[in-house]
Design a protein around this ligand. Sequence first.
Ligand code: ZN
Length: 244
Amino acid sequence: MSRKFYWITISKDYLIGFGLLLLVIYILSLPSSYHLAELSMAVMSTPVKYDIVIDPGHGGIDSGGIGAGSVYEKDLVLDIALRMQRCLETAGLKVGLTRDSDTDVTHLATKAGTRHQRDLDGRFMAVHEGVLGISIHANIAKNAREQGALVFYLRDSYIDKQYAELVLKQIEKVQVLNYKHPVPRSNLLLLKAKLPVLLIEVGFLSNPEDLAKLTNSQFRQTLAEALSRGIVSFYNVYRSERTE
Ligand SMILES: [Zn+2]
């Protein structure tokens, strides 16, 4: 085999490989950009009705995490959300909820899909009725020692990070933190909304101390008040920045 022939073979393989790579990149980019365009169309026509939309995770057939003694995440986070609603309304904010009873949110979906996909889409759509959004969850881990709250925000969003820091600062006063800073995430649909949205894990149902706290209504009230203080402090900054 001549040296020249060998080079041509390599370069041909290289070109085919490169072409295939481009094709894969193109195919991968297609559904996501189509999906985004579709979402923004529906989202743009959603009127803003509330200062904040609270999303209690799960509900209905979806119990979320289950702690010892049949403690359901869906029940705890709904209770916290309803307490937050009262606090925030007292503070003068207009509050919307993605659900205020034991139901999932599939009825708010704008497109077809599995129950889980429609539930996610319903929450994503509903949160766009707010200036701000917050989703409330409780965690489960294999390691029972995992403990404390987590605050997730959209990676690379400066404004969402500010929101996350103000809320975390208030949570820290009433609950152990699992991680001392807000955690950036890029794979959670709800955080990709066109408004600042946080996802809060209030504690671990798999941890005995967290479970004892979360099943105590006084603790849930304290937590709801802390979350509300964090929201109000960010809301005031955000609103003044937007009207300047
Ligand atoms: Zn959850």
